[in-house]
Write a protein that binds this ligand. Structure first.
Ligand SMILES: NC(=O)c1ccc[n+]([C@@H]2O[C@H](COP(=O)([O-])OP(=O)(O)OC[C@H]3O[C@@H](n4cnc5c(N)ncnc54)[C@H](OP(=O)(O)O)[C@@H]3O)[C@@H](O)[C@H]2O)c1
Length: 253
């Protein structure tokens, strides 16, 4: 008997976030839990014309907004902030109310990983951040000192590493500041660093029903990176969009 089986459609879900909200994301030792949330085409492409917009379907866009309600901090590589003109995280009022009722900050902070510090400090990602959720800039000690000073005016700066941001150190610095659930929204370069360091606990991958996007996979493995293995936990569907949820682990036997 093979292990293959048909997946039958299950019941409709009123709140798309519910299956994701049920996941226990506490780490026993106070480390961060890292959830990566990405969308790819059927060919694995992570962008179309350098942007993610045309790749995302309406159900994916809805889940993208909602997933942020689960996070203490939304972590992104600087190129995604530049390409996607990132703003601060905004949540629907009912999600804000639920977080506040649970004693959590109203919204998660945004954290940007960069070595170059080539960011527009007057942009929404920094200028619109509320005082209780200032945007974080995670950089390394090789960063240009003048730019570092500018960054400190606009954001809370974390230095985590020498020549480059060390992913493990960056997460330890976030945990020290009380951030536990980290939602990484890419991009592929920064996600590849987290994957290579074995730090991605959960991958929420949307498969959008198209091919022919940019030759950019959802995660770019740095040279020599080991394989990272994941176990399938949930499969959800909305129209032609497939939502796969994996956790770090080995394949079922
Ligand atoms: N499909 C999806 O779900 C999805 C999600 C996000 C983005 N995207 C797409 O992906 C593209 C952007 O992704 P990307 O892979 O080019 O860039 P990225 O991962 O967003 O950002 C790369 C940048 O992050 C910084 N960085 C990464 N690792 C670092 C380290 N260890 N130390 C210091 N800095 C580090 C560097 O910033 P500096 O250059 O400032 O030093 C680097 O240039 C866009 O087309 C976007 O639309 C797709």
């Amino acid at each position: 008997m093979s292990g293959m089986r048909m997946l039958e459609p299950g019941p409709r879900i009123a709140d798309p976030l519910e299956p994701y909200a049920q996941v226990k994301r506490a780490q026993p030792d106070g480390r961060c839990w890292v959830t990566a949330h990405m969308v790819g085409g059927l060919d694995g492409s992570a962008a179309i014309g350098g942007r993610v917009g045309d790749l995302s379907t309406p159900p994916d866009a809805e889940l993208f907004r909602l997933m942020r309600a689960l996070a203490d901090v939304v972590l992104v590589g600087a190129e995604t902030v530049r390409a996607e003109h990132y703003g601060v995280v905004r949540l629907p009022p009912e999600r804000v109310a639920a977080r506040v009722a649970a004693g959590r900050p109203a919204t998660p902070s945004l954290a940007v990983v960069t070595r170059s510090l080539e960011l527009d400090w007057s942009a929404r990602a920094f200028a619109d951040a509320p005082p209780e959720a200032r945007t974080l800039v995670i950089t390394c000690s090789a960063a240009n000192p003048e730019r570092l000073e500018q960054a400190r005016q606009a954001a809370d700066v974390i230095v985590a590493g020498g020549d480059r941001v060390d992913p493990d150190l960056a997460l330890r610095r976030l945990a020290e500041r009380g951030y536990r659930v980290v939602l990484c929204e890419g991009g592929p370069t920064w996600l590849g660093e987290l994957v290579a360091a074995g730090l991605v606990d959960e991958l929420c991958l949307t498969l959008a029903p198209l091919m022919g996007g940019d030759p950019l996979p959802v995660s770019l493995a740095p040279p020599g990176a080991p394989l990272a293995r994941f176990a399938l936990r949930d499969v959800l569907q909305a129209d032609d969009t497939l939502f796969l949820r994996y956790e770090r682990g080995t394949h079922a036997p």
